[in-house]
Design a protein around this ligand. Structure first.
Ligand SMILES: [Zn+2]
Length: 246
């Protein structure tokens, strides 16, 4: 059977002499496919099957796997390949996306989020740390791990002063209630507002906010912990990312 789908290359591993084993994120979910001979320079599959290419794929369903028949490039995020930091971050996003393994409507939303994140990163439109925080929190929310950010879980205080986000429970506590629980505050008002924005805003507004560097650090620490708690397994790409992230 022959099918056509849009797909983002999350992984492209060399196998055999010149083949590429691909992991694609498509609007229907993850697809593993083999691109035979793709690494030969004259191969018509060469450009469309590169890491982080967004291409239109024509796939044959073989006995044990999908085989790529055509791969027509739609978007290449050149800026990602120009910096080790961007590449490390993109690899981390790809590992998160493959770990979440979305299906159905969620796959389409995760794909859109990832494409937008890679675009902003590639174009240098947003600070890498901010893109990381937005991606982590939004991807977890789409995957069904929506933290309870409406108000303090103990006293229903909405805002004012520092708050604590408890990543083991996905709950928020105000300064006073956090102190009673012997938890330390880890969010300033701007970082908390950013968290709410990332969780509740529409797709078109998702990245439309700015945040001071200190608040971005706080936000990133919290969203990173939340992502790790949700996926509940070590991520190989994260160790490398931590050594290069500015
Ligand atoms: Zn409280």
């Amino acid at each position: 059977m022959r099918t056509t789908t849009m797909g983002l290359v999350l992984r492209a591993t060399k196998t055999g002499e010149a083949d590429r084993a691909l992991l694609l994120l498509t609007p229907d979910g993850l697809v593993s496919a083999m691109a035979k001979g793709a690494l030969r320079l004259k191969s018509r599959l060469f450009s469309g099957t590169g890491l982080f290419c967004y291409s239109e794929f024509t796939l044959f369903e073989g006995k044990t796997m999908f085989v790529v028949d055509e791969a027509e490039v739609r978007q290449v995020f050149w800026g990602i390949h120009e910096s080790v930091e961007h590449m490390a971050l993109a690899m981390y996003f790809a590992e998160l996306a493959s770990t979440l393994s979305p299906t159905g409507q969620e796959a389409e939303a995760q794909l859109r989020l990832l494409l937008n994140s890679l675009y902003l990163l590639s174009e240098g439109r947003r600070a890498p740390r901010l893109v990381k925080a937005v991606y982590e929190l939004r991807a977890m929310t789409l995957a069904g791990f929506m933290p309870d950010l409406v108000a303090c879980a103990d006293c229903v205080k909405y805002e004012g002063g520092a708050f604590c986000f408890d990543a083991r429970k996905g709950r928020l506590y105000c300064g006073e209630c956090a102190a009673k629980r012997e938890l330390e505050c880890n969010l300033d008002p701007a970082a908390l507002a950013a968290m709410r924005h990332i969780v509740f805003s529409g797709d078109d507004k998702l990245f439309s906010f700015s945040l001071a560097e200190h608040s971005t650090q706080l936000l990133g620490a919290v969203t990173g912990r939340w992502a790790l708690y949700c996926v509940d397994r070590p991520l190989r790409s994260l160790d490398f990312l931590n050594t290069v992230l500015d």
